[in-house]
Design a protein around this ligand. Structure first.
Ligand code: NAP
Length: 294
């Protein structure tokens, strides 16, 4: 019997493990893919307090090492269900525990066009606040029409030489005050009713092909920030957690779910800011709450 099972080995899950292990709890972490979560995609992290600059990989690996050094056990299995009695069912086995922390993260919605993965970290980014500084005085494009895209474009307009905002509709989903501010920027150019049909480059992204109605045009860019929403993957936990209409976990106070002994942490839960700082904060709070309530 474990004290705490943690689902997800991203920053929230690994931080929860770190706190639980330091409290001498018997901890098991499940990860479906590789440890590290989305931050692995960041070539450099320069907005984490106290660290000047670190690669996403180095950050994740150091956190992983911290957990392993404390005896943390990671099983690379996919959790397919958690029952009310807190039994955890994976694609391989059933495990019993006193508490469960769901830190399942969310993934950036992909454009799903050719070379999107090839240019990741080589021009393509899903996080302007993480990677924007690498495009100082360069030409970038932002794709999307929600608050994230508008905020990303605003942020980038103060760093990059030119920012193209490409959105598939005429109207923006994001808030008017953000749009008004963006429209006041002289280096921001809008392409509305437009979609990105191709990504072109050799080693790095060099241009994008933008389609508007039946016309196609080429835009030379150094970077493309894709901000077309997030996709949590929480449906299989809906028996033990309330989930909002977008698929994020609802919690009464950031960590508690409707089921006693089952907690949530990180990007998978409904929240306003999805950053490394907020993920590790969630992980530490979820673990200390679980320990207190064991
Ligand atoms: P979002 O609000 O879901 O917007 C996603 C945008 O991407 C929409 O404009 C959508 O177009 C477009 N899109 C979706 N799939 C696409 C595709 N395959 N190809 C091209 N475009 C596509 O996502 P978000 O901006 O990441 O925001 C997520 C949530 O966080 C929202 O609730 C948002 O309000 C909130 N948020 C709040 C703040 C803030 O309050 N400061 C900041 C950031 C995010 P359509 O409009 O045509 O559907």
């Amino acid at each position: 019997m474990y004290d705490i099972i943690i689902v997800g080995a991203g920053p929230a899950g690994l931080t929860a493990a770190l706190y639980a292990l330091r409290a001498n709890k018997k901890v098991l972490i499940f990860e479906a893919n590789s440890y590290g979560g989305q931050i692995l995609n960041a070539s450099k992290v320069e907005n984490y307090p106290g660290i000047l600059s670190i690669s996403g990989y180095e950050f994740s690996h150091t956190l992983y090492e911290q957990v392993k050094n404390l005896g943390g056990e990671i099983h690379y299995e996919t959790v397919i269900r958690v029952n009310e009695d807190k039994s955890v069912i994976t694609n391989e086995n059933t495990y019993n525990t006193k508490a469960v922390i769901l830190a399942t993260g969310s993934i950036h919605r992909k454009l799903n066009i050719e070379h999107e993965q090839d240019f990741l970290g080589k021009g393509i980014s899903y996080c302007a606040t993480c990677d924007g500084n690498f495009f100082k005085d360069k030409v970038v494009a932002v794709n999307g029409g929600g608050n994230s895209a508008l905020e990303d474009a605003l942020y980038l307009s103060s760093i990059a030489k030119k920012v193209y905002v490409i959105h598939r509709r005429e109207e923006f989903r994001g808030e008017a005050y953000l749009l008004d501010e963006l429209k006041s920027k002289s280096n921001v150019i809008f392409y509305l009713n437009s979609t990105i049909s191709s990504l072109v480059g050799n080693d790095c992204l060099e241009k994008i092909i933008v389609k508007k109605e039946n016309e196609e045009m080429e835009l030379l860019v150094d970077g493309l920030f894709i901000a077309i929403g997030q996709e949590p993957k929480n449906e299989c936990f809906s028996n033990v957690c309330d989930i909002n209409e977008k698929g994020y976990f609802l919690s009464s106070d950031g960590v508690h779910t409707k089921t006693k002994g089952i907690y949530v942490a990180g990007d998978a839960r409904e929240k306003n800011l999805r950053q490394l700082t907020t993920a590790v904060s969630d992980g530490s709070i979820a673990a200390t709450t679980a320990i207190r309530e064991l």
